[in-house]
Design a protein around this ligand. Structure first.
Ligand code: DQA
Length: 140
């Protein structure tokens, strides 16, 4: 089982960035925990602040991997390109967000990713990623 986590802009600053919203753990530390917890899964991680690089990565993995866990971050709310990309590929995408975007500003209530996603998990902190990975293991 090959699953990739793809994180969008500013998520490289997790741990430092608005810790009251996103927590104080770095993604690298959290990713090491995930690898420990999901030993049977071949887990990969990619992050970019550049919209086109995220789209290129979706194209690269989207016909061979078993699952994609995508936190498009701010591009979730703006990017027709990301939305089109997940509809263009074959690998199912689970959309995740650390925060509950529906409790936040109204511009965060819109997602261009959700219409093409297999499912959406948000508001559980970093645990949102755990739940997304579990969904690939338990739902067939
Ligand atoms: C986020 C929510 C987005 O609105 C925001 O732009 C992010 C992170 C989340 O994980 O809660 O960068 O995707």
């Amino acid at each position: 089982m090959k699953i990739i986590i793809i994180n969008g802009p500013n998520l490289n600053l997790l741990g430092k960035r608005e810790p009251e919203v996103y927590g104080d753990k770095t993604f690298d530390d959290y990713f090491a925990d995930l690898q420990f917890r999901f030993k049977t899964v071949q887990l990969e991680y990619f992050q970019s602040n550049i919209e086109g690089e995220l789209i290129d990565k979706l194209h690269e993995v989207g016909f061979s991997y078993d699952g994609i866990v995508l936190n498009g971050a701010a591009y979730t709310h703006t990017s027709v390109g990301l939305g089109d990309a997940i509809k263009a590929i074959e690998t199912p995408v689970v959309e995740v967000h650390i925060s509950n975007t529906h409790q936040r500003e109204s511009f965060r209530h819109v997602s261009y990713i959700s219409p093409g996603a297999k499912g959406v998990i948000l508001g559980f902190g970093l645990q949102s990623y755990d739940l997304a990975i579990q969904s690939f293991l338990e739902v067939h």
